[in-house]
Ligand binder design. Structure first.
Ligand code: PMP
Length: 351
């Protein structure tokens, strides 16, 4: 026995780079627009002297406004510091059995990291050749299921019926549906929480509400599941969201008009950029998110283009992972930023 034997060792999740110099950042699916003016006003008038106090551990202001916006009870809502925190709490709370948790082979690369760090057994299920989820893969015995819908990094979503089939056939395990990108497309399974007590739907303010820096995530589920989550949360860290985040999150939920405006612009930019890439011979997967997953035409290597873009100050994401190494994930910037991206791609590929 040595000191080393007593240490929990993990291969960590690697977040996309946050470069300090001025670059065009299309690598972490942030929103290219600022947060709602209502959020900025809230921050201007915030009682900063009040920071000497702990924040409200129940985050009532935020939870109540989320509940009323989504038409659920406050007892059906849980919040955390980004959906990463919410998902991590879900892994810790709901996947405590001995059976393996199931998720796709190509999905958010944090899922296997949480499974490893919490010592949760897991099995990955191959997406089909078009990167789609097959419901039948999720019908065997399992200790829980996690599905990102729309999926990342592919951007592809599954229909509500397919997900309901999975939820319906797994009443003894919790199905966590990670809807980080749902505001940009796809069908939410949120209405199903009223029918299924084994469903958790996770959301974030990092993408469609332009608040990645505030770290606000939340999820919905039946009262019993939300209570179990809170019991674990209070056993790890009672004060997750800080007071400015609670206030900013509430203000963001209350600005529907601005939210629709920035989501609409992002979707339009996505369609335009997808067309432009296709014209250049790229294979672009259908996306319901604020990013595109695309592979360059034959004769070009995605990894090389990634490096070439980086050398020119444009950051996208390349995953050195089986099945997707020939793709790049490109977050949507403003139209102006995307035209710089497209002209740089033309320069690199000589098209
Ligand atoms: N789920 C998915 C599928 C994501 O891509 C991300 C962003 N990295 C997250 C969850 C976490 O987002 P956040 O912690 O900023 O809410």
């Amino acid at each position: 026995m040595s000191l080393e034997d007593n240490i929990r060792k993990v291969v960590p999740y690697i977040p996309g780079e946050q470069p300090r110099n001025k670059v065009l950042k299309l690598n972490t699916n942030e929103c290219p627009y600022p947060p709602s003016p209502k959020v900025l006003n809230e921050m201007h008038s915030f009682d900063w002297k009040g920071l000497r106090l702990y924040p409200d551990p129940e985050m009532s202001d935020l939870i109540d406004s989320l509940a009323s916006y989504y038409g659920v009870k406050p007892t059906e809502v849980f919040a955390g510091t980004g959906s990463d925190d919410v998902l991590s709490m879900c892994f810790l709370t709901f996947f405590a059995g001995d059976k393996p948790v199931l998720f796709p082979d190509i999905t958010y690369s944090f899922y296997d990291v949480w499974a490893e760090v919490y010592r949760i057994p897991y099995i990955t299920k191959e997406l089909d050749k078009d990167f789609r989820i097959r419901a039948e893969d999720y019908m065997g015995e399992n200790g829980g299921i996690v599905i990102a819908n729309p999926n990342a990094p592919t951007g592809i979503s599954s229909g509500r019926d397919l997900l309901e089939e999975i939820i319906k056939n797994n009443r003894d395990s919790v199905v966590v549906v990670d809807e980080a990108y749902i505001d940009f497309g796809g069908e939410s399974v949120l209405p199903l929480i009223e029918d299924y007590d084994n469903l958790i739907v996770v959301r974030t303010m990092s993408k469609s509400r332009a608040l990645a820096g505030m770290r606000i995530g939340y999820c919905f589920g039946c009262e019993k599941l939300i209570k179990y989550l809170n019991d674990v949360k209070y056993s790890v860290n009672s004060y997750t969201l800080n007071s400015p985040s609670i206030a900013a999150g509430k203000a963001a939920v209350e600005d529907e008009e601005y939210f629709r405006e920035i989501v609409g612009k992002t979707v339009a930019t996505r369609q335009k950029t997808a067309e432009e890439l296709k014209e250049l011979g790229w294979d672009v997967l259908p996306s319901d998110t604020n990013f595109l997953f695309a592979s360059p035409p034959a004769g070009y290597d995605a990894g090389t283009i990634f490096e070439e873009l980086k050398n020119r100050g444009i950051y996208v994401r390349h995953f050195n992972k089986k099945r997707i190494t020939d793709h790049l994930r490109i977050s949507m910037g403003t139209d102006e930023q995307m035209s710089i991206f497209i002209s740089t791609i033309k320069e690199i590929t000589g098209k």
